[in-house]
Design a protein around this ligand. Structure first.
Ligand SMILES: Cc1ncc(C[n+]2csc(CCOP(=O)(O)OP(=O)(O)O)c2C)c(N)n1
Ligand SMILES: [Mg+2]
Length: 782
């Protein structure tokens, strides 16, 4: 048997069989986890049988027939068991993992690229983000294709999102939609599981009246899958149009309630409203309750032929939104009930469902039990699914070599933000693999984060060429905004969520499209908070990128409180998958940038967050030794080393370092051996410190006592030395240093909102000026 010779009726028959199996396996996987595994903590295991049921038809059609190897899919989070069931049928997911669904090491509650082993393209979980991820991935696919950065073999795939209808309440979906329109996004399919239910209840009727129009407004094709073949043929009968009108007018909540009530409920309602039509009476007479229920719930999203027709009717690369009418819990006892979101079938309900599926005891996990087609025929069909036609779908791409040193601007006075702009500008001038693989992006703060010179040299990315009108009209401007398919900067509108999802997509390009990119995104540090969930989402998927956040802290002074970031150093420490640095000097920045570009590409690496500043500081005249460079990467170095046994050290990071230097000079008059430690990454130091302690615990007996970098740095100090720490950010970021050797800390930093002012005033008001540091030393020793 081969796909090309399989007659459509035969394919339909097999898909319908598999649809039953997918529904069964998803429900059974959840049931097993909740009822048949020992429960040690009394917590409900959960899972969403109703949410799964509403996508069973659509996902069966897609994975077993419609999708191609180059397509990439974001599955609605709560349909995770459907996805795992499909992969189980494909042979990509062992039974054991389904048995441990939502248990340690088992199939994940929500599809996970990093934790699941069965070919997840995009992680999902926080609703709305997976949807946007497909859009930005499509832009990345085009970016890579237009520049021929990939392995060149792959045709353009469709980026597919299976979208819960309530996900369209998330603003980030619409932010993405607009950005996609601006960038002429293509090859995008969003399949909306329009079950008209969310978590708490029934979705607002008026919403979807507008949804289709919104998509059309931004250039999408909208394909509505409303009625299945049974209903369509009923509508074609005498008075059938009355029935169509009745369903069209039926409020979401009434329709859902009748779905739950079943045949008798439908009969009562239709008799009440349409009894005057002889054609309707005939339809009612011809259908017993079960058949009437089947007819009235024959929505296109559950009609395999209608689903296939819809998917196969679209051609070309215009983004397409399929609105698939479905029923939450279709085929399950609580279908349509507004409270079914987290509902689980009872033991009795499951027994009945199992019987209906013709599955005998002990056959629950068997791939083809209860199906009428021959196992060999089903297996052959699965084996030939086009989706798996090329084997492993996750791609690989070679690492881009990073030169031993990046260009180092030699200004005597500079800010880290300025230094960043200059380093990138110098890289832009090179013709190198590094300069070709960097792609930058920013939400309308490209120029104000000093990316302008890079963009002038490398151009804005767009599908088609467009000259800079200002330049053409000879209007003088420092910025040259020429758009070309060769451009290397993706300019976004102001939406930090979009920035992070764009970075997530760029940062997975090596695994999604076989092309290694080195994505760098810039934004203002305070507005990380604006896109924090998307940043977390990007890191959760192990996307690899660099975030350059600048300016930061109260140091941006006149800009005022609304723009001043306070707790972002704690985000840097607390966010898994993101290694954060806050350099003080430009030479440190150059070392860190180089390290970051390597770290982004390492198997056990991650993403990078640089917190920079606009404060111009006198730069030290020094040539960093290899040891100093490795200290900078490890998280800190002694700017003024302490004398052995010293009782006092000042620890500073970033923009406040000049104040710390001045305080240190003053303190050193009384405490000759006092040291000044400059940190570049409390995140890295803290992580390595914890790891070293864990390693010691593990190797008891032959104890590994090699100190972590912070232990080594603090070792020269007296055991009961005092540390005064200072940064332009929350003091908690450094106050943990006291735990390393049990030394007392007086932490300085920002705890409240900022306000407008100049640096001297603000540093004084927030007690991070020289006097405050000296005062803290005095307090520390008393
Ligand atoms: C950002 C976010 N907020 C809240 C939730 C909790 N939540 C999970 S599912 C859901 C409703 C989903 O409804 P819909 O998308 O229509 O999916 P359905 O289950 O109806 O298929 C909510 C609010 C979440 N997962 N993510
Ligand atoms: Mg829903």
């Amino acid at each position: 048997m081969s796909m090309t010779t399989l007659a459509p009726v035969q394919r339909l028959r097999l898909l319908r069989e598999l649809e039953r199996k997918v529904l069964w396996l998803s429900a059974w996987t959840i049931h097993h986890a909740n009822h048949l595994r020992p429960n040690r903590d009394g917590l409900k295991v959960g899972g969403h049988q109703a949410s799964c049921a509403s996508l069973a038809t659509v996902m069966t059609a897609l994975y077993f027939s419609v999708l191609r190897p180059e397509d990439r899919v974001a599955v609605k989070p709560h349909a995770s068991p459907v996805f795992h069931a499909i992969q189980y049928l494909f042979g990509h997911q062992p039974q054991d993992k389904l048995e441990r669904f939502r248990g340690l090491g088992g199939a994940q509650s929500y599809p996970s690229r990093t934790k699941d082993t069965d070919d997840v393209d995009f992680s999902t979980g926080s609703v709305g983000l997976g949807v946007a991820m497909t859009l930005f991935s499509s832009l990345v696919q085009d970016y890579v294709r237009l520049k021929e950065l990939g392995d060149g073999k792959r045709p353009a795939g469709r980026m597919v999102a299976l979208v819960g209808d309530a996900e369209l309440d998330e603003g980030n979906v619409f932010e993405a939609l607009l950005e996609g329109w601006k960038h002429d996004v293509r090859n995008l399919w969003w399949v909306i599981d329009y079950n008209r239910q969310s978590l708490d209840g029934v979705v607002n009727d008026r919403l979807f009246g507008r949804i289709g129009e919104m998509f059309e407004l931004v250039g999408w094709r909208v394909v509505t899958l409303k009625y299945g073949k049974l209903l369509e043929s009923a509508f074609a009968q005498p008075d059938g149009e009355q029935l169509r009108q009745w369903i069209d007018d039926c409020p979401n909540s009434l329709y859902s309630a009748l779905v739950f009530k079943g045949g008798a409920g439908w009969r009562e309602a239709l008799t009440r409203d349409l009894n005057q039509y002889p054609g309707i009476r005939r339809i009612l007479d011809q259908h017993d309750d079960a058949a009437l229920h089947r007819l009235m719930t024959n929505l296109a999203g559950h009609d395999m032929q209608a689903v296939l027709d819809a998917f196969e009717s679209v051609e070309g690369d215009q983004p397409t939104c399929f609105i698939a009418y479905t029923i939450k819990g279709q085929g399950l006892p609580f279908a349509g009930h507004k409270d079914n979101h987290a509902g689980l079938m009872t033991l009795e309900q499951m027994a009945g469902f199992k019987k209906g599926m013709a599955i005998a005891d002990g056959e629950e996990w068997q791939k083809f039990a209860g199906l009428s087609a021959a196992p060999a025929e089903l297996q052959a069909f699965l084996d030939q699914a086009p989706f798996n036609g090329e084997g492993r779908r996750r791609t690989e791409a070679p690492v881009v070599a990073i030169p031993a040193a990046l260009p180092r601007p030699s200004d005597r006075k500079s800010s880290t933000q300025e230094g960043f702009g200059k380093i990138l500008n110098a890289i832009a001038a090179e013709d190198s693999e590094l300069s070709r693989r960097i792609v930058t992006t920013s939400p309308d703060v490209t120029v104000s984060t000093n990316l302008g010179p890079w963009v002038n040299r490398r151009g804005l990315w767009a599908h088609t060429e467009a000259e800079d009108v200002f330049r053409e009209l000879k209007v003088v401007s420092a910025q040259l905004w020429r758009k070309t398919p060769r451009g290397q900067h993706i300019e976004l509108g102001i939406a930090e969520n979009n920035l992070f999802i764009q970075l997530a997509a760029l940062g997975l390009s090596h695994q999604l499209f076989g092309a290694r990119l080195l994505p760098i995104g810039t934004l203002y540090d305070p507005f990380i908070a604006r896109g924090l969930d998307a940043l977390n989402y990007a890191c959760y998927q192990d996307a690899r990128f660099m975030v350059v956040a600048t300016p930061s802290g109260v140091t941006l002074a006149p800009e005022g409180g609304a723009h001043q970031s306070i707790h972002s150093p704690l985000i840097g420490i607390g966010q898994p998958g993101l290694l954060s640095y806050e350099p003080t000097y430009v030479d440190e920045l150059a070392v860190i940038l180089r390290h970051g570009l390597q770290y982004m590409q390492q198997d056990k690496g991650g993403s990078i967050y640089l917190r920079l500043s606009t404060r111009s500081l006198p730069q030290p005249e020094r040539a960093l030794s290899a040891e100093q460079e490795s200290d900078i990467v490890a998280g800190g170095y002694w700017y003024a080393p302490p004398e052995p046994g010293s009782e006092i050290a000042i620890v500073a990071m970033g923009a406040v370092t000049p104040e710390a230097i001045a305080a240190h000079q003053s303190v050193a008059r009384d405490f000759a051996g006092a040291g000044l430690l400059i940190l570049t990454s409390p995140d890295r130091l803290h992580g390595d410190w914890l790891a070293a302690q864990r390693a010691r615990g593990r190797t008891a007996g032959q104890v590994d006592r090699s100190p972590s970098p912070i232990e080594r740095l603090l070792a020269p100090l007296s055991r009961d030395a005092r540390l005064v720490t200072a940064l332009d950010g929350h003091p908690l970021a450094l106050s943990w240093l006291g735990s390393v050797r049990g030394q007392r800390v007086v932490p300085l930093g920002i705890e409240g909102f900022g306000q407008s002012g100049d640096i001297p005033d603000l540093y004084r008001a927030y007690r991070i000026d020289t006097a405050a540091i000296i005062d803290a030393v005095a307090r520390a020793i008393t």
